[in-house]
Every structure is written in C-alpha cells, then in structure tokens.
Design a protein around this ligand. Structure first.
Ligand code: SAH
Length: 251
C-alpha cells in the first residue's frame, strides 16, 4: 500500500494526526526534499528507509515503490502542503494504476492556508470577495490561455499565486492590465508557518519592487485582493436578526 500524504505547509506539527500515524508506521518514506520539513522524518520508526525525491526521477520513485510492494512493505509518499495543489501526484497515481498498486491520499494543510494564518486574514469576506483563485504564472510550465493572470485578474477576486515569486515584476504588470488597480493591497508570504516565515505587505503596484528588495525568489506565495484591506461589513451568520439552522433570530 502507498499512502500519499500531505506534509502541511512547514511547521512539523501542522501535519495531520493521520499523516503522522502513517509516517510512524511506514517502511519507506519518499519525501519532497525541496520543501518538506526534515523534522517530520523524526516521526518515522527506526530502520525506515528515507528517499529525497528532489534528487530522483519519476522512474526512480516508482522503482522504490515497486520494490517495497514486492517485499510487502508500506510506502509513504510525502508531499508538501496538500498533495492536490501542484503536487505532481497524478503522474505517479497513473503509473501506480498501470502497475495495479493500491494507494490512498491523506490531505494536508496547504500553504495558501498557512499564508492566510500568517496574514491573520480571511480570503472570503461578507460583502466582499467570495471566490479564491489559486494559480501560478506561466513560465517553464505552460498555463492554458484562458487561465492567464490577466484573465483571472479581471474577476478581482482574492488571488493566491504559487510558484511565481521570481516573476513578480511581470505579475505586477499583468495584474494591473487585467483589472486590479495599482493600489489594491497585496502581500508576499515567504515560508509560511516555518520559523523564518516573513510577511511583506505592499500593493499590486509595488509588488515587483517589494520582492526584489527582499531578495525572495522561492518558497513564497503572492496574495492579492481587497481581502487584505479594511473590512467594513459583518456576516449574517452571527447577525441577531438572521435565523440559521442552529439559531432563531431575535425579533
Ligand atoms: N502542494 C503545495 C504546493 C506545492 S508547489 C501546497 O499545497 O502548498 C510549491 C510552491 O508552493 C512554492 O513555490 C510556493 O509558491 C508555495 N509554498 C509551499 N510551501 C510554502 C510556504 N510554507 N510558504 C509560502 N509558500 C509556500
């Protein structure tokens, strides 16, 4: 059995209880060495074999899993954040399907949630944005035309941009061309929930300069939108005049 486990955004205690249990029982752990906190490997039992996938090809990863299966061993494939977001798990699960190897997925706390916590912010606000766009800028990896930053910016929703900090200057131009005004609040969150986490608040119009001055090029998210600004409305959920399934309105 292969368990694909979300490691969480950084801090070792932000893995799920299930993820930690799976790690503690694993015979082999293949971890995404570029972003997974090494402290998590401390949850493994003695004798567990550890593999850093940042130094491996897909074929090599599959080979390690196949070998484990042949010996009746359990493998944990540990991915950063939640595996469903830029986890490149599909190419692995397709191969496992072809080989008839069973797998399960254990969700994790994505870095976009870690970033919101670092910012003390809520992406969706009453009377404000009700949509969160998780995306990246096209670079070496192509992005479909309909999902260009400019097109997505037209929604002026809350936006979280992964894998794109090294292209902050280009992003700035595209966000403005797409529909955000230059003074829309923005923030760069570097290594959310890690000990060396950094939060840089700026505006869309100063994004490029902010990232350049901070010298940040990776392990950061760029967040954009009015959710980072002042909030004026309150939700109906706790409004005394609003009934919910759990509470009657006070007339
Ligand atoms: N599956 C992961 C994302 C993997 S893609 C998740 O759910 O978070 C890797 C990108 O995620 C990085 O380039 C960076 O943009 C972002 N990222 C991952 N961990 C981060 C963290 N702790 N703080 C800020 N950004 C992070």
């Amino acid at each position: 059995m292969v368990d694909i486990v979300g490691a969480g955004p950084g801090a070792a205690d932000l893995i799920t209880v299930r993820g930690m249990r799976l790690l503690s029982r694993a015979d082999r752990v293949i971890y995404a060495g570029s972003l997974v906190n090494r402290e998590l490997l401390g949850y493994t039992r003695e004798g567990c074999k550890l593999y850093d996938s940042s130094k491996m090809t897909l074929d090599e990863v599959i080979e390690v899993i196949k070998e484990a299966e042949d010996r009746g061993e359990n493998t944990v494939r540990l991915h950063t954040g939640d595996p469903s977001i830029y986890g490149a798990i599909r190419e692995q699960t397709d191969r496992l399907d072809d080989l008839g190897i069973k797998y399960r997925i254990c969700p994790g706390v994505s870095s976009f949630c870690g970033a919101a916590a670092a910012l003390g912010a809520e992406y969706t606000l009453p009377g404000g944005p009700q949509t969160v766009i998780l995306t990246r800028r096209g670079g070496r990896t192509a992005v479909p035309e309909g999902e260009s930053i400019e097109r997505l910016a037209a929604h002026r929703a809350s936006m979280v941009i992964f894998l794109s900090t090294s292209m902050a200057q280009e992003l700035e131009g595209e966000l403005i061309a797409g529909g955000y005004s230059g003074d829309t609040p923005a923030a760069v969150v570097y290594k959310a929930t890690w000990e060396d986490e950094r939060v840089l608040r700026c505006t869309v119009g100063t994004l490029g300069e902010t990232v350049r001055a901070a010298g940040i090029s990776k392990t950061a998210l760029i967040t954009v939108g009015d959710f980072l600004g002042e909030s004026t409305q309150v939700s109906k959920l706790y409004d005394p005049e609003f009934s919910t399934g759990y509470r009657k309105a006070v007339k």
